[in-house]
Ligand binder design. Structure first.
Ligand code: DGJ
Length: 734
């Protein structure tokens, strides 16, 4: 790990584990020219500059420049100007009082220091001085008197660069930031690339979509207030022949949970230009003289050997440098959540009975979901009234929690802190505390409105309500839900020229509330959720080490959802529960074993009524819990290998391999049974070829070489949706 500056050429070379990232100050134009991002490169980087300055007809040349110096519209750049000769998507737009919003910033200075800094009010990666080094480059647009500080942090052990940008008003009049990318990337002219993104919808989140990067702009974004079910702030650019184990792949992940936009533009010279950050649509941020605005952080990672290594890099990075260390490595309770079983129809006795059955099966924690507060019997009331629904739970939450604990299971509680029901005491007392546009009728989503989390009194009120309850009931686990997307995004307290700030202020307020709760209750474990997986992103993972992956708990649907999610996010970040059959979303009946095996890919639990099990199912559940506990360390810390893709194959499998390769588990699901079928052998990966591994169930031994080259046989079973899970431990070898 090193950041080197070569003053003779004003060249910056960032060595981040096995990869190199380089750029320089253009000797005549003063703009930052991107040179390289890829496998480690020690020499010759400057030669790249000469190719990029090839004179082109019909190109614009900056004032004082010459055609042989290149054109801003063709040069790969670190920070693209707007309206001044680069016709591709800009890195920033800033509106000045005279109405113009052009930006053209030149290098001023830089500083390099050990470690990395926090971003005020925003989640961001962290590292010690030994683990990271940071470069900050200051650019200035002298016309509008705005400085832009681009930050790049490299890490000792992982080929990740954490990037962010800051705009600082050095002038004497206010300016308005209308766009500020967290990262700009340029892939050299002629580089053919595929784009892999993760679109979806409610109950079918993050299904990988691979497409060629063609001329023009391909964008995906969220303007829904949350990062959304529909798009995810993570994507990959890769060689067209890249696979799990082959080819170059560059992953981009935004550490943010609100509106975002990713834009991938292929220009006339087949250069691929990327802008990634806050969604500029409906966004603006006014800066008074001396004020600055920080973009969220973006992570860019490189793999020279396909998606598998790229995923390992992101998984390790999130586990070491983003998710709070006091929580990420912790034992995760086997949870039973009552939502799918009861919806709103429960009372104290039913919950206590739930807990008794859960304890008998060996589950660790009962999470009481929606419907315990205000007077909530349906989704049409009480959000914002975080006090117990006496008619349902007459003894109160603290007493209920105590009764549950006495039975031998811990107690967790559901909240939806950012929302408000029109039928609530909170709304009646403060009708202007929700996001709204005066005079415009409010659009409801799930009968509810969105709180204006940018307002201090709003987050104070929710903090007070939540913290008194958490303290009184000694709760150390909460599920944090958010069930609607934003409309009429306006704030009663912002002046007209700051209304464009409302959505980002909402996110900053939400992060602040999370942070305050975690400071007040350092042992509190928060599970994220947003109508299933509608806010599954690195921003939330900073506070909530695991997130409810999807409301769809069908084992087959989960193969797709967990497969897609795993490209960027580690297994320990995915909450995965076994639910009842027929599945409530798709009506499919899958074996309990398969549901268990699929849910054991991530943080394991149940989403059903434990009283409904027969004797055979009870013993299977006890077995599952024992296995999930025994192998939990592999789910928390191991390397994930995807074996096949449910998008292409009838068999979808994965391995979780210990870092020292001394043990692993392999799971596979054969989706459909086929007549007169061929034999299926799973070719494993990531093992030590010379080690003998023993199958802990059958006692049979295999060498790593055999399992990786000949494979592991997946027996034929005449039934749909069958699964197979084997646990192996090294018995010899290195
Ligand atoms: C959506 C979540 O994804 C579900 O698990 C459940 O908590 C409901 N909300 C409750 O309203």
């Amino acid at each position: 790990m090193a950041i080197n500056y070569f003053p003779e050429n004003q060249l910056f070379v960032l060595d981040a584990a096995e990869c190199t990232y380089a750029f320089m100050v253009h000797p005549r134009y003063g703009r930052l020219v991107h040179l390289y991002h890829g496998a480690h490169l020690a020499t010759d980087i400057l030669k790249l500059f000469n190719y990029d300055t090839t004179p082109r007809s019909q190109s614009t040349i900056p004032p004082g420049g010459n055609p042989q110096d290149g054109s801003l519209s063709n040069l790969p750049q670190e920070f693209s100007s707007f309206g001044c000769g680069d016709f591709r998507l800009p890195s920033a737009q800033v509106r000045t009082p005279d109405g113009f919003n052009a930006v053209d910033a030149k290098y001023v200075s830089h500083r390099i220091f050990r470690g990395k800094v926090e971003l005020p009010g925003l989640p961001a990666s962290f590292a010690t001085e030994a683990e990271a080094e940071t470069l900050e480059v200051t650019l200035r647009d002298d016309v509008i008197k705005v400085e832009f500080v681009l930050s790049y942090s490299v890490f000792e052990k992982l080929p990740v660069i954490a990037r962010s940008a800051r705009a600082l008003n050095r002038g004497e009049t206010p300016v308005t930031v209308e766009r500020l990318s967290s990262l700009t990337l340029d892939y050299r002219s002629g580089t053919k690339l595929d784009l892999v993104s993760f679109p979806g919808g409610w109950t079918r989140e993050r299904r990988p979509l691979r497409e060629r990067v063609n001329p023009g702009v391909r964008e995906f974004a969220s303007n829904r207030g949350l990062s959304s079910h529909q798009a995810n702030p993570f994507f990959i650019l890769c060689d067209p022949d890249a696979t799990e184990t082959h080819g170059r792949a560059w992953g981009q992940m935004l550490v943010y949970s609100g509106n975002f936009k990713a834009e991938v533009e292929r220009d006339q010279y087949d250069m691929t230009h990327v802008q990634f950050g806050l969604n500029s649509e409906r966004f603006s941020w006014k800066l008074e003289p001396g004020e600055s605005f920080h973009s969220p952080e973006a992570l860019t990672a490189f793999s020279a050997s396909g998606f598998e290594t790229l995923s390992h890099t992101f998984h390790d990075f999130l586990r070491r440098h983003l998710i709070r260390q006091t929580h990420v490595h912790l034992h995760r309770p086997v949870v039973v959540n009552n939502w799918e079983a009861t919806k709103f129809a429960f009372d104290e006795n039913k919950i206590v009975e739930f807990a008794r059955r859960a304890a008998d099966l060996g589950m660790d924690m009962l999470v009481l979901d929606d419907g315990w507060f205000g007077h909530r019997d349906e989704s049409n009331s009480s959000l914002g009234d975080w006090f117990v629904y006496q008619a349902k739970l007459p003894s109160g939450i603290a007493k209920l929690a105590e009764r549950v604990r006495e039975l031998g299971v811990d107690f967790g509680l559901w909240f939806e802190p950012e929302m408000i029901s029109p039928d609530s005491e909170l709304y009646r007392a403060h009708p202007d505390w929700c996001l709204h546009i005066p005079g415009r009728p409010a659009t409801l989503g799930r009968n509810q409105l969105v709180l204006d989390m940018g307002r201090r009194e709003v987050i104070d009120c929710i903090f007070d309500q939540m913290s008194s309850l958490i303290a009184a009931a000694k709760i150390n686990y909460i599920k944090w839900d958010a069930n609607r997307q934003f409309t009429e995004v306006g704030s009663a307290v912002l002046p007209a020229d700051r209304q464009g700030e409302a959505a980002h202020r909402f996110m900053l307020g939400t992060y602040e509330l999370l942070q305050r709760l975690l400071e007040r209750f350092p042992d509190l474990f928060i599970e994220g959720c947003a109508a299933g997986g509608g806010r599954f992103d690195a921003g939330m993972l900073y506070y909530t080490p695991q997130i409810w992956t999807s409301d769809d708990t069908d084992a087959v649907e989960r193969l797709y959802i967990q497969y897609g999610t795993s490209f960027g996010y580690p297994p320990s970040a995915m909450s995965c529960h076994v639910s009842a059959v027929p599945n409530c979303h798709v009506g499919r009946v899958t074996p309990l074993e398969t549901r268990g095996d699929v849910a054991m890919m991530g943080a394991f639990g149940y989403e059903l009524d434990p009283a409904k099990f027969g004797e055979a199912e009870r013993s299977e559940v006890r077995r599952q819990i024992a296995v999930a506990r025994a192998d939990e360390h592999l789910m928390l810390e191991g390397d994930l290998y995807r074996l096949g893709s449910p998008l292409d194959d009838n068999i979808s499998g994965w391995e979780l391999v210990a870092k020292d390769k001394r043990e692993f588990i392999v799971t596979a699901v054969r989706i459909m049974s086929r007549p007169n079928p061929s034999h299926d052998w799973l070719l494993l990966r990531g093992l030590d070829a010379d080690t003998m591994y023993r199958d802990l169930d059958s006692g049979e031994s295999f060498s790593g070489a055999f399992l990786m080259n000949a494979g592991l046989y997946f027996p034929i079973v005449k039934a749909d949706f069958t699964s197979f899970r084997r646990r192996f431990r090294a018995e010899s070898g290195k």
